[in-house]
Design a protein around this ligand. Structure first.
Ligand SMILES: *Cc1c(COP(=O)(O)O)cnc(C)c1O
Length: 391
């Protein structure tokens, strides 16, 4: 008999009842150090007082009206996001997947309205992840996500991550856009080198192609800049945001330049819940907190500290770990042992991490993690590595 929950997830036998900062309390009372943060979602940790207040104040006042009406919290968040980024305009969604849907629609509509509907092809990269909708899986293109779900949404060309020759050769008169994560998340914490993002921007400019950055996982201060692409000094035409922006409340967004968004005129897109007062009130509180240059500098500092400590851990457990990679507090340990064994051993040592592709264990702590908690994380990961190597 099928379980009453559709069995699509491989869930660990853990169930949490309360969260505070970097910590999660299991139903049995055990206290876990949370380096998963709901997969880079709870950027300010659990139950951050500012976010609790923003959400509960809004919950007492008004939950939902509709995009039939003005939503001041939505306008507020859009104004802040456009002040802080390359973007001129924002559309709010409830998730990263929905942001992907709009990014794809926006790019195609742009060329359609320019009288070049043949430009509909989107270049994407192996190892990428853009969500589980029809457009999202077609964009990522991996067999794991697409198998059995055909016919897939057409119009995506997949290139090997890091293959510059293939990328150069892939542009033609049908190319509408390129979609890329500045730091691949699900693909195994694979940062795109700054000079490659710059080169990609140049290529897009040369060929007159729109550049879409998927910053759903790497954005919102995760790497120590508000958005990861800032490190490379280039900007996209369209950007997808979600995860961290809501700090745990479901909200996503597509940010775009006025030019790239020019096809998205009255009636061309919509959402019932997208940009609702609850999500936008929380989003404003998150953004206020993380956009502070002192906060960003501290994320970068803690990222460097954690990375250095992890390098030491890798050196101590060469039979379990291979290397460390990532940016800021978006870190991955490439393993020699099986990554899921390391994650499972972490559960025994009361620390939460996330497996990713390429045999990587992801560390995505709350951006508010303290130096002491970083030390505690290293101690628990050390104990987990010992378990794996003696198993
Ligand atoms: C998680 C993720 C998505 C999908 O977001 P959902 O909120 O799960 O729909 C898209 N792109 C990237 C890079 C992600 O990490």
């Amino acid at each position: 008999m099928i379980p009453t929950l559709l069995p699509t997830y491989a869930r660990a036998p853990l169930s949490f009842v309360k969260g505070e900062g970097s910590w999660l309390i299991e139903a049995d009372g055990r206290c876990f150090l949370d380096l998963a943060a709901g997969i880079a979602v709870t950027a300010l940790g659990h139950a951050h007082p500012k976010l609790v207040k923003a959400l509960s104040d809004q919950a007492e006042a008004l939950w939902h009206t509709s995009n039939l009406y003005q939503i001041p919290q939505q306008q507020d968040l859009a104004d802040r996001l456009t002040d802080l980024t390359f973007a001129d305009t924002v559309f709010f969604t409830n998730s990263g997947t929905e942001a992907c849907e709009l990014a794809v629609k926006m790019a195609r509509k742009y060329w359609n309205d320019k009288g070049q509907p043949e430009k509909s092809q989107i270049l994407a990269f192996s190892g990428s992840f853009h969500g589980r909708s029809a457009a999202g899986i077609a964009a990522a293109g991996s067999e794991k996500m697409t198998k059995g779900f055909g016919p897939l949404l057409p119009g995506f060309t997949h290139l090997d991550f890091g293959d510059h020759d293939a990328l150069n050769a892939a542009f033609d008169e049908t190319t509408a856009a390129v979609i890329i994560e500045p730091v691949q998340g699900e693909g195994g914490i694979r940062p795109v080198p700054d000079q490659c993002l710059k080169g990609l921007r140049d290529l897009c400019d040369t060929h007159g192609v729109l550049l879409i950055f998927d910053e759903v996982q790497c954005g919102v201060a995760r790497t120590g800049r508000l958005f990861a692409h800032e490190w490379a000094g280039v900007t996209p035409d369209i950007m997808m945001v979600a995860k961290g922006i809501g700090g745990g409340f479901p909200i996503g967004a597509v940010l775009a330049t006025e030019e790239a968004a020019s096809g998205m005129t009255l009636g061309t897109h919509g959402s019932t819940y997208g940009g609702n007062p609850l999500g936008c009130a929380v989003g404003c509180a998150v953004l206020d907190h993380v956009a502070d240059p002192a906060f960003l500098a501290d994320v970068a500092r803690k990222g460097a500290l954690m990375r250095q400590r992890l390098e030491g851990l890798v050196a101590e457990h060469p039979e379990v770990f291979d290397s460390v990679r990532g940016a800021g507090l978006m870190l991955g340990i490439k393993c020699r042992a099986t990554n899921s064994d390391v994650v499972a051993a972490g559960y025994e040592e009361l620390i939460l991490t996330v497996p990713a592709a390429d045999n990587v264990v992801r560390l995505l702590p709350p951006l508010t993690i303290s130096d002491d908690e970083i030390s505690e994380a290293i101690a628990r990961l050390d104990a987990a590595a010992r378990r794996v190597s003696t198993a």
